[in-house]
Design a protein around this ligand. Sequence first.
Ligand code: NAP
Length: 305
Amino acid sequence: MSRIYDRVALIGLGLIASSMGHAMKRQGLAGGIVGHARSAETRAAALELGFVDRVCNTAAEAVAGADLVVLATPVGVMAEVAAEIGPHLAPGATLTDVGSVKQAVIDAVQPHLPDGVHFIPGHPLAGTEHSGPRSGFASLFRNRWWLFTPLPDTDPAALARLRTLCEAMEANVDVMDPAHHDLVLAVVSHTPHLIAYTMVGVADHLRRVSQSEVIKYSASGFRDFTRIAASDPVMWRDVFLTNKEATLDILGRFTEELFVLQRAIRMGDGAALHDYFTRTRAIRRGIIEAGQDTDAPDFGRTKIE
Ligand code: NAP
């Protein structure tokens, strides 16, 4: 694969940015990669790991001369970062972000951008429960969706170039409206995370249980909740603060469904439970057929013999 951008600036050097850096390096997709993160420690780690060629102490310095700038910080700081870099963006540069919420990022970033900069909000549906520069890897985006929510005046050529980059990092690209993105993500990611946090919180309240049995017997469904509930607290705080309406909408529907199941249990309505679980099992099959998960037992975890 050949070079797609001459100079890429990564602002924020955590899981997503480091994975992008590794993937771009592996394929030679960028002439050079410059990085900036808040702490000197993260900047040093990025250099040591080699997914950037150079780091800068400020975001403004990092974006100078870049033809692609990627905002890969928590959503809650994107407005202040955009305000800092706005005056330093090169004319004709593309600015994208990887934030998990789209409408709030557009509202926060767009006012700070000069004319002539192509802002194309984006979101890779790829991640793990780990964070920081050491958690990234080049194949994170393989066969994962990368959604873009272009603005009405987005330049098609700039979008096509960014799409080429993401496809070269092995992602599948799709385009949608920001509000629709936020609703879809509330269903497939944000609300499930909230439910996992809640379930782990419930176990934590039952201290008697959490001190011993939860750890000892966690080889069942609870273990998967704990994995999700170990996700970065700053990132997820910002997701719920910025995708408030869609999450509350889905949470309301979730609560209604929960009451339906609660009633079926109370009334001993086995047929209703069986029907419900048959429908949900079909959804799981659909996800596996779409290549978005493995059907290996225990989610493909390696067995220790
Ligand atoms: P992460 O591993 O926690 O990394 C965040 C990075 O942002 C760190 O390098 C941090 O620097 C930097 N940062 C924080 N505040 C900053 C500031 N004011 N100025 C400059 N840098 C700052 O996060 P991540 O998982 O890569 O997530 C980054 C973005 O991707 C988030 O918006 C998230 O919503 C989105 N996203 C995440 C996932 C996922 O599963 N993790 C998936 C898709 C999209 P320090 O290390 O110095 O603090």
